[in-house]
Design a binder for this molecule. Structure first.
Ligand SMILES: C[S@@+](CC[C@H](N)C(=O)[O-])C[C@H]1O[C@@H](n2cnc3c(N)ncnc32)[C@H](O)[C@@H]1O
Length: 326
């Protein structure tokens, strides 16, 4: 862990926020002498340093400020050089030099915006859109999918802004607040409606889950939330379904996957639907077998207040994985 401080513009880079930070008391002084409180949060953020042998190491930038309106991340040389380290600046690259002489390249900017491309596909969308609210911004075309026609119809109703559609506006408002750009939520809503090109059938138990609609190896990024474990009868089918879905990705394509941990059922109205209970270890193993490299794996444990009797889920996993080259 390196105590180097700085400014980070992407909230997803933060591992933990310092809740004693008071936004209204924290001012930045601008070059013209004006004071402004543009820092929304403070916390520990992850950054990447590249060692001399080309090995990438993730480290922590402690007490970094979250300022989404800054055009780029800023690294505090003053804090970095406090403990006998120094910084060497060059035109194309800069190094953090440790007391023992080892050097690590500073990659603060290089890894930003890594997840982007032409086609984003959401696997097993259900009747919901919340899972796309941030990711869709980085792709030219979004494709939503579900096995059930009734769910695809519900999505179409929202996309066409028809009477009786579900009201997602509180979700848009919340995500706009989190993104911190001060954008009216209606703009994001309009953009998502324009960006969704198709709503198509999917069956993750088929080797080509999207059939003729989209061939394997053609997708830049996949999103999927609470689908594979909910629609697979057992662990082997879950593993196969994951492999089928990953097959849709281009080499190095990204997979943003959310799922339930240790869940065996959930209630949908009167119906009690069975789920394959999976642990973090099982999900990690399944991704390895599907030839994916895990870039980030986070879990969340359900608090007692969230256990309201509609399921027996113990937690949620959030994965960013990348398909291997071949
Ligand atoms: C628990 S829901 C999740 C829906 C949504 N992604 C969400 O986060 O709320 C599981 C979804 O999987 C879909 N599903 C069922 N069988 C499927 C299959 N064979 N292939 C793909 N999706 C399937 C269901 O129709 C349902 O919408």
């Amino acid at each position: 862990m390196v105590d180097i401080g700085g400014i980070i513009t992407d909230m997803n880079r933060f591992k933990i926020f310092d809740y004693s930070f008071k936004l209204e008391k924290h001012y930045m002084r601008l070059a013209d002498g004006k004071r402004t409180n543009v820092a929304l949060k403070r916390g520990d953020a992850k950054v990447y340093l590249m060692g001399s042998k080309g090995k990438q190491a993730r480290t922590t930038l402690q007490n970094a400020l979250y300022i989404p309106t800054y055009p780029q991340d800023i690294f505090s040389v003053e804090t970095a050089t406090r403990n006998g380290r120094s910084v060497e600046f060059r035109q194309d690259n800069s190094d953090l030099v440790h007391k023992n002489g080892t050097k690590q390249a500073l990659l603060l900017e290089h890894l930003q915006g890594e997840i982007k491309g032409k086609i984003l596909v959401d696997i097993g969308s259900g009747p919901t859109i919340y899972q796309l609210l941030s990711a869709f911004e980085h792709f030219k075309e979004v494709i939503m999918t579900d096995y059930l026609e009734v769910n695809r119809e519900e999505l179409q109703k929202w996309l066409k802004n028809e009477p009786g559609k579900f009201d997602w506006s509180p979700y848009f408002e919340h995500v706009c607040k989190l993104e911190g750009k001060g954008e009216p939520w209606q703009n994001k809503e309009k953009r998502l409606r324009e960006r969704v090109a198709r709503v198509i059938p999917v069956d993750v138990h088929q080797p080509c889950p999207l059939g003729q609609e989209l061939s394997n190896g053609s997708v830049d990024c996949l999103v999927s939330s609470f689908c594979l474990e909910a629609c697979s009868p057992h662990l082997e089918a879950f593993q196969k379904a994951l492999e089928h879905v990953v097959g849709l990705l281009k080499p190095h394509g990204h997979f943003l996957w959310i799922g339930a941990l240790e869940e065996s059922y959930y209630l949908a109205g009167e119906a009690r639907l069975t789920v394959v209970p999976v642990t973090e270890e099982m999900v990690r193993k399944a991704l390895g077998m599907a030839k994916c490299i895990i870039r980030e794996f986070r879990t969340y444990s359900m608090s007692p207040s969230m256990k309201v009797g509609v399921d027996d889920v113990s937690g949620i996993f959030f994965v960013w994985a990348q398909k291997e080259a071949c």
